[in-house]
Ligand binder design. Structure first.
Ligand SMILES: C[S@@+](CC[C@H](N)C(=O)[O-])C[C@H]1O[C@@H](n2cnc3c(N)ncnc32)[C@H](O)[C@@H]1O
Length: 350
């Protein structure tokens, strides 16, 4: 079967790595294409396996994909027409496997997405696809739909798919307590992957907020020790709530990341979502925070250690990194954080 996952902008390569690492040696996976915010692949295993992908926001079963969409209305017919004769046997089996209630007379709805200049509107795309399924005897049922059909046209690509995931695919059950600038778990997971987790890791998030990064680290693989801290007691309380009794050994501190009560050369990995955007105070305060905390990171990190940081203050981080003799950025990824452009930096102890 042909599937696609939607991921946050900038995480496509990490999502591809996750898919490959998890499913390549099953012999069931063949990745076909990587597009902005999307991966397209064939998978012959149980689709429930795919629902546990930690980078994905949505999982779709693709009924029809064409890579030659043009501006013209004619390409709409090319996309939707083949569905009139489509054999749904395997597709319905796949839907059943993830718990969708498929029937002969199917209640459905169509969600449409369109980008780029076209001689048709989003509504035209939606109606053409609705018509195909109405002609098969299905009926439109918005809130009580058993199948959520997505019709999408982006660039040269057109997709008609069934959404297999629920809206909470990218949410995590551990996230009971929240703080305002809390990080999306999919981004936290991706940052943790970039730190190259190792079972012997002493892992630090010195501005841990609600603990999202620490929890994604705890869940990805074994570790030696987790250390988290924050200047806000409210944030620390959220971390403690979200951890509950699980994931030992770990320790949380109410601290200022500019003076860490940690011995030098003792931490293997530091992953941190630095304050930025609306959460920042004034520029001198932020400059001081970046300068002093980087100095501390450099001090506590073991040689050959790794730091992964997220910020939208690229200029500031670049200029502060230049001041640090032993830290060298080896990779930068542009990502979208709540509609704001931000960068994930991978930094090595040089
Ligand atoms: C962007 S948030 C981190 C969000 C976190 N990754 C999450 O998902 O919940 C930044 C955090 O840095 C903390 N912070 C700001 N200044 C700090 C400092 N000097 N020392 C320690 N923590 C600080 C804030 O209290 C806030 O919780």
């Amino acid at each position: 079967m042909l599937y696609s996952i939607i991921v946050s902008a900038g995480l496509e390569r990490i999502a591809r790595d996750e898919l490959t690492q998890r499913f390549d040696d099953t012999g069931h996976l063949k990745i076909l294409d990587r597009r902005p915010q999307r991966l397209l692949f064939r998978y012959t295993g149980n689709p429930n396996d795919l629902l546990s992908l930690r980078t994905a926001e949505h999982l779709f079963l693709v009924l029809k994909h064409i890579g030659k969409m043009t501006r013209s209305r004619g390409s709409l017919a090319a996309l939707s027409g083949p569905l009139a004769r489509f054999n749904f046997k395997e597709a319905f089996e796949c839907c059943r496997q993830v718990g969708l209630n498929v029937r002969r007379r199917m209640p459905f709805r169509v969600t449409s997405r369109l980008s780029g200049k076209r001689n048709f509107r989003r509504l035209d795309l939606q109606q053409v696809v609705e018509r195909v399924f109405l002609d098969r005897g299905w009926y439109l049922a918005n809130s009580k739909a058993a199948l959520d059909v997505w019709a999408e046209v982006h660039g040269d690509d057109g997709y008609i798919s069934i959404k297999l995931s629920k809206n909470d695919m990218a949410q995590r059950p551990y996230k009971q307590a929240h703080i305002p600038a809390s990080l999306k778990p999919t981004i936290a997971y991706s940052m943790v992957r970039l730190s190259r987790p190792h079972p012997k890791d002493v892992f630090l998030d010195a501005m841990c907020g609600a603990g999202t990064i620490l929890l994604e680290r705890a869940l990805i693989d074994r570790y030696d020790y987790l250390i988290g801290g924050d200047i806000s007691t409210e944030a620390l309380d959220a971390t403690v709530t979200n951890f509950g009794r699980k994931h030992q050994p770990r320790q949380f501190f109410h601290w200022d990341a500019r003076t860490l009560p940690i011995q030098s050369n003792t931490v293997d990995k530091i992953v941190c979502n630095l304050p930025f955007g609306e959460t920042i105070g004034n520029v001198p305060q932020l400059t001081n925070l970046y300068r002093q905390s980087l100095k501390e990171y450099e001090r506590v990190l073991k040689p050959r250690g790794r730091i992964v940081l997220l910020t939208s203050q690229r200029g500031l981080l670049d200029s502060e990194l230049k001041q640090r003799g032993f830290l060298r950025a080896t990779q930068q990824l542009t990502v979208d954080v709540r509609g704001m452009r931000a960068w994930i930096y991978v930094i090595r102890f040089a």
